[in-house]
Structure formats: structure tokens, C-alpha cells
Write a protein that binds this ligand. Structure first.
Ligand SMILES: Cc1cc2nc3c(=O)[nH]c(=O)nc-3n(C[C@H](O)[C@H](O)[C@H](O)COP(=O)(O)O)c2cc1C
Ligand code: SF4
Length: 441
């Protein structure tokens, strides 16, 4: 068993209220950060090895260091709480149970990068969690922990405003550049990169976009120090993650565990095993866009990005979806692809058309109307989407198709008709018996 450090979701009743949070050392990390220079704060985050929790695992300290220095322009922070990847439901736990740690993380990130305004972008369907975040933010403003009054409360000359912004329920608005368009009041269309947000972000100004869990981890790093944080979990991808367990699992839920946890421990020790005591057929390790693991390869899998790469997949958002031995794999893939097809913003042809084609082919497979050629065609469409689109939604649709076909080819092959045999058409033309024709003399 592991010693389980609960860093982002400590088990303290009432922690969502500012008094309880302060009674347990809340807002002390920000006070500590103020004793350091902004560069030192960024250095500490770099040392911690913290990687973004929004899916791409980008090193957070490095991202922060891309922000230009100086205060000649306003700079923004957008905290990404769109959380729409199927299988991911961790950020809402922070909104509900530890919102002040997120606010404190924003203060520290803001101080480190010289941010004047931060937005917490929350997916539109999260009514309850939007309310809990708004409540916590109001408490923080009332106490003088956010806004101009921060100068009186904490000293120094830094202050920041924070706004909770409701999304309108589109998966694509979680993509960082689409999120910025959405915040500006435009349609959530992803933008071309470069320029990157740190160069030209919200309203053309330098902007950093980080996931909710990423920012909520920052106060812990400042409290513990980067080196100590880096010693928790796996070396290449340190810390704890909020693993969201769902699917055929007895105890689904969010579990905060170090990144060196075994997948089998997640499933059997923490998740209470597979429902009906069935065997595992497949596991998606990090939200629906990540390629799956086969049931026969999950032994010894360590749940962090570096270790998962050995199995051709990634940690993504750590949304772990368990599927038992009775799972209809082609149907699962059809459901996943339907989602990405539905959520494609339609700007680029490979994603807009390709997702539709993949859905149609998968429907044929599931309905028993497909032939062997359809499997090759499906793979070829996925290969042509990957890497050829403006944003990574195209990849998010292609990866599960490539991954499921690679690891479960037999499940698909069993559903298709034998390869079509061609009966050559008679293309020759024989001379017709013609009526007597009077040729001109
Ligand atoms: C289609 C799509 C949807 C995304 N949705 C989310 C999301 O809901 N939440 C999130 O934090 N990141 C999401 N991302 C990743 C963001 O673009 C961005 O990389 C992330 O917010 C950066 O934060 P991090 O560095 O802290 O991980 C999405 C990316 C894509 C391509
Ligand atoms: S990849 Fe898809 S979602 Fe992203 S910009 Fe292109 S069409 Fe839109």
C-alpha cells in the first residue's frame, strides 16, 4: 500500500469555506510566495517538475517562463475548467471541495507572471460547481484576499482581479485558443498557433492558460518547496493526480494518488474491482481521446505519462475508463467517434469530414454491413486526420480509432463480411447484329 498524500483534495470537512481553509494554513503559501521574487516562484515550479493536468502534460514552470516580463501591457491568466473530455470529472471536485486552494494558486501564478486579471472558465453544464466557485470567490473578495484590497491584506504592491466565466457547453471551448475566443465573446473556433497565447492571447495580450488542477497544485509546491514536491510519485512525472475512475468498476469516483500508482491497484484496491467480478477487457487510461490498453497488458502498468508511453498511450486527464470482458469494443469506438464528430467545430476539412466518415464506417461495422476493406479505410482516414488539423481535436478523434484497431483488430474483423470478391464486369463490346443499313454509294 502507498502512503497517500492528499495535496489537492485533503480530507478536511468544510474546507470549501474560507475560515476552515485559513485554519488549515490557507493563503500562507501566497504569503510565502511574496517573500520570493516572481522569478524565484517560477524557478520553484520548474524544480517541482509539475506538468499540466489538462491533458498534454506540458511543464508548467516552463510555460510560465514564456510570458513576457514587464508591465507595459495587461497580462491574463485563463484557468481552464471546461472539463468536457468523456471520462473526466476531477476539476469539479476542486470547485466543490477546495475552491480556495485554486484561488490561492491563481494569486501565486498571477504574482509570478505579473497577471492583472484571471478568468476561471467553467463548463456551462456545471451549474452547481459554478455556484460553489462564485461563493468562494465572493468570500475571498470580502476578506480582501482578492482585488485591490490584497495590498492592505498581504502587503506588497501586487493585486489581481478574478472573474468566474460560464461556458456554453461546447467541448471545443476547452481547447486553449477556442477558450480565448469564447471568453472574448466569439464563436469557440480554435486559432492557428503560432502566435502562441503567451505572445498574443486574450484581446491580443500575453496570456497563460492552465488547467484547474494544475493551478490548485501550485500552493502545495510553494509550501513544500519544488524539490520535495518532485520527490513524490514517479520521477519523470511527479506529484499526485486526481484519477477519475469510471466504467465497469465497483467504486467509481475521484482518487488522489501519487503518479507511481499501479493501474491494477487503482482498479482492484481503490476501485473495489470490476463489477460482477468480471475480467478486464480494456482500459482507457486518460479520457476518451487516449488509446486503450488491453486487459492482458495492464499488469505492472504505472499510471503516469512517461510509463504509459511504453504502451502506446498517455495519461491525458487521468480519466480511467474500465471495460469488462463483455464489452462490445466496436460499439464503444462508435460512441467515442460520434462524440468527436458532434463536437468538431468544422473549421478544417480532415476533422470535419474525416470524423463523419469514421462514424459512418464504424456504424457499418457495428450493424454488420461492413467488409474487410472498411477496416483498412477506417485506419487510413484516421491516419490522414492525425497531425493535419488546426487543433488537437482531430488527433483526439484519430487516436482512439488507431489505438482500438491496433489492440482489438480481431474484435473488428469478426464483425465484418469477408473481403469483397470482384466479379469483373464485361466491358468488351461485341458487334451488334444490325439491320441492313444502306450505305451511301
Ligand atoms: C479539443 C480539446 C479540448 C480540451 N479541453 C480541455 C479542458 O476541458 N480542460 C483543460 O484543462 N484542458 C483542455 N484541453 C487542453 C488545453 O488546450 C490546454 O492545453 C490546457 O488547458 C493547458 O493547461 P495545462 O498546461 O495546465 O495542462 C483541451 C484540448 C483540446 C485539443
Ligand atoms: S481540428 Fe476539428 S475542432 Fe479543431 S479546428 Fe479543426 S475542425 Fe475545428
Amino acid at each position: 500500500m502507498y502512503t497517500i498524500p492528499h495535496l489537492v483534495l485533503p480530507r478536511i470537512p468544510g474546507l470549501e469555506r474560507i475560515d476552515t481553509y485559513c485554519a488549515h494554513g490557507g493563503y500562507q503559501a501566497y504569503r510565502k510566495a511574496l517573500t520570493m521574487t516572481p522569478e524565484q516562484v517560477i524557478e520553484e515550479v520548474k524544480k517541482s517538475g509539475l506538468r499540466g493536468r489538462g491533458g498534454a502534460c506540458f511543464p508548467t514552470g516552463l510555460k510560465w517562463s514564456f510570458m513576457p516580463k514587464g508591465n507595459d501591457k495587461p497580462k491574463y491568466l485563463a484557468v481552464n475548467g471546461d472539463e468536457s473530455e468523456p471520462g473526466s470529472f476531477k476539476d469539479r471536485q476542486i470547485f466543490e471541495y477546495n475552491p480556495h486552494q485554486l484561488i490561492e494558486g491563481i494569486l501565486i501564478a498571477g504574482y509570478a507572471m505579473g497577471i492583472s486579471k484571471a478568468f476561471i472558465y467553467i463548463r456551462g453544464e456545471y451549474h452547481k460547481w459554478i455556484r460553489s466557485m462564485e461563493c468562494a470567490l465572493q468570500e475571498a473578495y470580502d476578506r480582501g484576499f482578492v482585488g485591490k484590497k490584497m495590498i492592505e491584506t498581504f502587503g506588497g504592491d501586487y493585486w489581481i482581479d478574478i472573474v468566474v466565466h460560464k461556458g456554453a457547453g461546447a467541448y471545443i471551448c476547452g481547447e486553449e485558443t477556442a477558450l480565448m475566443n469564447s471568453l472574448e465573446g466569439d464563436r469557440g473556433y480554435p486559432r492557428y498557433k503560432p502566435p502562441f497565447p503567451a505572445q498574443k492571447g486574450l484581446w491580443g495580450m500575453p496570456t497563460t492558460i492552465n488547467n484547474v488542477e494544475t493551478i490548485a497544485t501550485v500552493p502545495v509546491i510553494i509550501t513544500l518547496g519544488g524539490d520535495q514536491y518532485a520527490s513524490i510519485g514517479a520521477q519523470g512525472h511527479p506529484g499526485t493526480l486526481l484519477y477519475g475512475l469510471s466504467g465497469h468498476i465497483n467504486n467509481p469516483g475521484v482518487y488522489e494518488l501519487p503518479t507511481d500508482v499501479l493501474l491494477t491497484d487503482l482498479i482492484y484496491t481503490y476501485g473495489g474491482g470490476v463489477t460482477g467480478n468480471k475480467k478486464v477487457k480494456a482500459v482507457i487510461p486518460g479520457g476518451s481521446s487516449m488509446p486503450p490498453l488491453r486487459g492482458d497488458e495492464i499488469e505492472n502498468v504505472v499510471m503516469n505519462n512517461e510509463d504509459l508511453k511504453k504502451y502506446g498511450t498517455f495519461i491525458g486527464t487521468a480519466g480511467v475508463i474500465v471495460m469488462n470482458e463483455d464489452t462490445d469494443i466496436p460499439r464503444v469506438l462508435l460512441r467515442i467517434v460520434h462524440f468527436y464528430h458532434h463536437e468538431s467545430c468544422g473549421q478544417c476539412t480532415p476533422c470535419r469530414e474525416g470524423c463523419g466518415w469514421m462514424e459512418k464506417i464504424l456504424k457499418r461495422i457495428v450493424d454488420g454491413d461492413a467488409t474487410g476493406e472498411d477496416l483498412d479505410l477506417l485506419l487510413s482516414v484516421a491516419n490522414q486526420i492525425e497531425g493535419n488539423t488546426i487543433c488537437a481535436l482531430g488527433d483526439a478523434a484519430a487516436w482512439p480509432v488507431q489505438g482500438f484497431l491496433k489492440k482489438f483488430w480481431d474484435d473488428f474483423a469478426a464483425r465484418v463480411k469477408p473481403r469483397r470478391t470482384f466479379v469483373p464486369l464485361n466491358v468488351v463490346h461485341g458487334r451488334r447484329a444490325s439491320k441492313d443499313i444502306l450505305l451511301p454509294t
